[in-house]
Design a protein around this ligand. Structure first.
Ligand code: ZN
Length: 255
């Protein structure tokens, strides 16, 4: 059954002229990164997400936010791309994959060499001052925070610096969202990998692609609300399936 599904996915990939990928938290599981929006991440046990990880909570109690994000920031700083990220980079190198849209803030697609990557929920590459809106590279501030526990402050005006990850209650980055919707309309194949499609607007993108005539291939451990739209649905590990697809495409053989 699964071999049939892989064959069909490979066939769609071979015939595609414009493949894109939409990725979610499942991509980074093997890199040790929990889905920070998911109750199963363990990050919500002692706090109310709507409070501590919201822009309102951040503005009122940045210390609480930074305390909460400490383990995640530490993990992301040390994280490396896994076989699933590299497989998508290989599909790009093979001339197939034209863009990645991701819900992840961990920057692992860019670290794996993929371009362009549209980060719908922002990233931890930069921090922004909540007062003067100046942006700075995040790493030195995060490292300093992890070492000293001092909340990062703007070197220009002294107000708190916020990571460029999108918090609850914040607008999504308009440019990334516009580009993502354009890609969804233009692609002829969308691979949805490691996303349960439970969060909007990411969940809308396969629907847009489908309405525009694209084929859909879903690779996710769990069913999504949109499985019935897809030509291929594989409920399995992205770090297992995506490398198989990349290898088969590269070798010109069946998986
Ligand atoms: Zn400032």
């Amino acid at each position: 059954m699964e071999s049939d599904a892989l064959d069909t996915a490979l066939d769609l990939l071979r015939r595609s002229l414009h493949t894109i990928a939409l990725t979610g938290a499942g991509m980074s599981t093997h890199s040790g990164i929990p889905d920070f929006r998911s109750p199963e991440s363990g990050l919500w046990e002692k706090v109310n997400p709507g409070e501590v990880a919201s822009i309102y909570g951040f503005r009122h109690q940045p210390e609480r936010f930074y305390d909460w994000i400490r383990p995640l920031a530490h993990t992301i700083l040390d994280a490396r791309p896994n076989a699933a990220h590299f497989a998508l980079a290989r599909l790009e190198a093979a001339g197939k994959l034209k863009a990645i849209i991701t819900q992840n803030i961990d920057m692992l697609h860019t670290r794996a060499g993929s371009r362009p990557v549209y980060e719908l929920h922002g990233h931890l590459r930069q921090v922004t001052c909540i007062h003067c809106f100046e942006m700075f590279p995040a790493k030195p501030y995060i490292v300093q925070f992890l070492e000293s526990n001092i909340v990062p402050k703007c070197p220009q005006c002294g107000h708190v610096l916020k990571p460029n990850a999108i918090l609850f209650g914040e607008q999504l980055p308009a440019q990334a969202l516009i580009a993502a919707r354009r890609e969804a309309r233009q692609c002829d194949l969308m691979i949805v990998a490691g996303s349960s499609l439970e969060v909007y607007p990411a969940a809308d993108l396969p629907v847009i692609a489908h309405r525009s005539g694209a084929s859909l291939v879903f690779v996710n451990l769990y069913p999504t609300p949109f499985d019935s739209l897809a030509q291929v649905v594989i409920h399995d590990d992205v770090a297992d399936i995506l490398p198989q697809l990349a290898t088969a495409l590269e070798s010109g053989q069946h998986p």
